[in-house]
Every structure is written in structure tokens, then in C-alpha cells.
Write a protein that binds this ligand. Structure first.
Ligand code: FES
Length: 361
């Protein structure tokens, strides 16, 4: 059947089965068979460290791949409620047919904790197409520096593995910060790459060393000694303190424009002062657009920035405007409730940012 014919019959079938789309019926037979929905079967599970779980997923036929550094939205049903979170694949963008996700379960990480404890092979998870602008330039730079902290290793490891698969001949330095050797799910992977590519420099620093052989310490400029940072493109993903230290160091060298970042922003409701003027940057990750937060709803600010997100009622009823908040603190305009959770669906028409906020539209 040609694609247009199958699309035609699909539309007719969808219409005939309204109000339930075809995929709602197909999932009763086998959740891996879908007409339009993108999903992924868990084909391998590896709990390599006490806080992490590494899952290999095989997406359904709708998957069109990803660029190293991008993220995907994963969804799962917990006690009858669907929850979605965003994670960056750690695998090479050239891995055919599967993607690898490593989740670190944090104390307040409801979904990551659930998946760390319960995920098993054969389960099927919801998946959205990959998105995000934290990616390698199509023309690979001659000199690349990757810096990551904790679970921020995944997008930059994906970049590193992609370069390995491309047999990249340029200079590569990879510096990772993690609590301890025990807490490092990719220790052996990095050791293998270091052995295969002795021309590259790959180091790990332990911020909470548990053995005498663990080298200790948070970021220090001498960890980058000998590198020409003015001539390197720097890709950084990690917690705010690491981000700040590296940014300051690069700014001191006049090389801040070489920095590309994916940051975990940790803000708390205690930071909210309702009487304070609106501040911070509102970033729209998928479109690469930014706006100075003016205190209006995110939907209005997106439209003012030239974007055209979907909407319906504009009053918090229909959920048409739902989009993923990647990071930042938002406030529900109707209830006054604040929300710090990252990688979560919010309604743009009734949410406003409080400080820096990243929305995936
Ligand atoms: S447009 Fe209807 S909930 Fe936002």
C-alpha cells in the first residue's frame, strides 16, 4: 500500500472509530503496534549504579531518529495517571533502531524513582520525537571540549559516542564530574573510549570520593590546563554551580561565545516575591527563541515572540496549549500555586514564569 493510500485509509478508520483513535484499540491487542502514536519497547534494563537505571528502548516505526544532545519526552502510567519527563539519549545518534536512556533517581524525582525501581524489559513507554537545540554543529569543529556533571553526562556522552562512530579526527577533551566511582554508570564506557582513542583526553573527577584512588574535586581551571579554549567549542551540561564556574572561567578568557549549554536549573518557591517586578529570560527551546519575561502568561509571551503555539479556550479548561516546561519556576495564574518540577507538561495559557524558564515550543 502506498503511503498516501495508507494515510487515506488511516483517516477513514480514525473517523469511523471516533471518539477513540485507532491506537486506543490497537494497544488493547499489542501496545507495540501503533497507527500514529510513537512508543518504545524496553528491550534491556541495566542498573549500573545505586541511583541509576539504563534502559535500551526500541521505538515504533514512527521514530525518525535524533541528533546527539537532543532530548525526548518519555511517558509512563503510574497508578492510572500518565506522567511525562524529558531525558537526553546517551547513545550515539548513529545507533540504528534503539536509543539508550540513563535516568538518575533523585529524592524528589517521582518518575525517575519509579522507573529505577520498576522498569523491566518488555514494557512499552510513550515517546515523543526528539527535540532541542543543544547539538553538535553539522560541520564538526576541529577542537571540542565536553564538560558534564552528574546525570548531565547523557547528552554530551551521546555527542562523544557519535564522534567515535564518525571516526572524528579532531581534538576532543571530555571532563566529567560525578560524586564517586560507585555513582558513575558510564565509567567503563569512558574507559573503553579512552583506550580506543588515545589521542583524546577523557578524565573524571569525583566530588565525593569514597576511595583513596578517587581523584577529588569540583571544577577548577587547572582541570583544563593546556587547552586552547579560545579555539575550542565547549559543550556543557550539569548543575548550576558547574555551569557558573565554567562560564566565569571562559568569560575571564574572553571565550564565553564558544560555550554551548544545557543546564539543570534548580529554583525554589521560596524565591517567589509576588510584588517584585517580572524578571528573567523566557526561552523557547524547540524554536530557539527567547524573550525577556514580562510577567504575562507564557502563551501570550510566546505569541508576542512570534510563535504560534496551539490554544483553545485560553482559560485553563481545554488543555490545547499544554507544552513541556524543561526547567524553571512557574506560577499557576488561577490558583497561585508554584511549580519547580522540570520536564513536565504545563498549560501555557494559565502559567507564567518566575525568573528564567525554558519551555519546549
Ligand atoms: S488554551 Fe485551553 S487550557 Fe490553555
Amino acid at each position: 500500500m502506498t503511503k498516501s493510500l495508507s494515510g487515506f485509509f488511516g483517516s477513514v478508520l480514525e473517523a469511523a472509530l471516533t471518539p477513540h483513535p485507532v491506537d486506543r484499540y490497537l494497544e488493547l491487542v499489542d501496545p507495540r503496534i501503533t497507527w500514529t502514536d510513537l512508543r518504545a519497547e524496553v528491550v534491556a534494563v541495566d542498573r549500573r549504579s545505586p541511583r541509576s537505571v539504563t534502559m535500551t528502548l526500541r521505538p515504533t516505526r514512527q521514530w525518525t531518529g535524533f541528533e546527539a544532545g537532543q532530548f525526548v519526552q518519555l511517558s509512563t502510567v503510574i497508578k492510572g495517571v500518565r506522567h511525562s519527563r524529558c531525558y537526553s539519549p546517551a547513545s550515539s545518534a548513529h545507533t540504528p533502531g534503539t536509543i539508550e536512556l540513563t535516568l538518575t533517581s533523585h529524592e524528589d524525582g517521582f518518575v525517575s524513582k519509579h522507573l529505577r525501581e520498576n522498569i523491566r524489559t518488555g514494557q512499552v513507554l510513550g515517546l515523543q520525537p526528539a527535540t532541542g537545540t543543544f547539538t553538535l554543529p553539522a560541520e564538526r569543529p576541529d577542537s571540542l571540549l565536553f564538560i558534564s556533571g552528574g546525570s548531565g553526562i547523557t547528552p554530551v556522552l551521546s555527542m562523544l559516542r557519535t564522534l567515535v562512530d564518525e571516526n572524528h579526527r579532531g581534538d576532543v577533551t571530555f571532563v566529567h564530574y560525578t560524586r564517586s566511582a560507585e555513582d558513575h554508570p558510564y565509567a567503563s564506557e569512558l574507559a573503553d573510549i579512552a583506550a580506543a582513542r588515545p589521542d583524546w583526553t577523557i578524565t573524571t573527577h569525583f566530588t565525593r570520593p569514597t576511595t583513596e584512588s578517587d581523584t577529588g574535586g569540583h571544577f577548577r581551571p587547572d582541570h583544563l590546563a593546556g587547552l586552547d579554549l579560545a579555539a575550542s567549542q565547549v559543550f556543557l551540561c550539569g548543575p548550576p554551580a558547574l555551569h557558573e564556574s565554567v562560564s566565569d572561567h571562559l568569560a575571564g578568557l574572553g571565550a564565553e561565545s564558544n560555550l554551548h549549554t544545557e543546564q539543570f536549573v534548580l529554583v525554589t518557591p521560596a524565591d517567589v516575591d509576588d510584588d517584585a517586578p517580572a524578571q528573567g529570560r523566557l526561552s523557547f527551546a524547540a524554536s530557539g527563541t527567547e524573550a525577556q519575561n514580562n510577567g504575562d502568561s507564557i502563551l501570550e509571551q510566546a505569541e508576542n515572540a512570534g510563535l504560534t503555539p496551539e490554544f483553545g479556550c485560553r482559560m485553563g479548561i481545554c488543555f490545547s496549549c499544554s507544552a513541556v516546561k524543561k526547567s524553571g519556576l512557574t506560577k499557576n495564574i488561577l490558583t497561585g500555586e508554584t511549580d519547580t518540577e522540570s520536564d513536565k507538561h504545563i498549560q501555557l495559557c494559565i502559567s507564567k514564569p518566575v525568573g528564567d524558564c525554558v519551555i519546549d515550543i
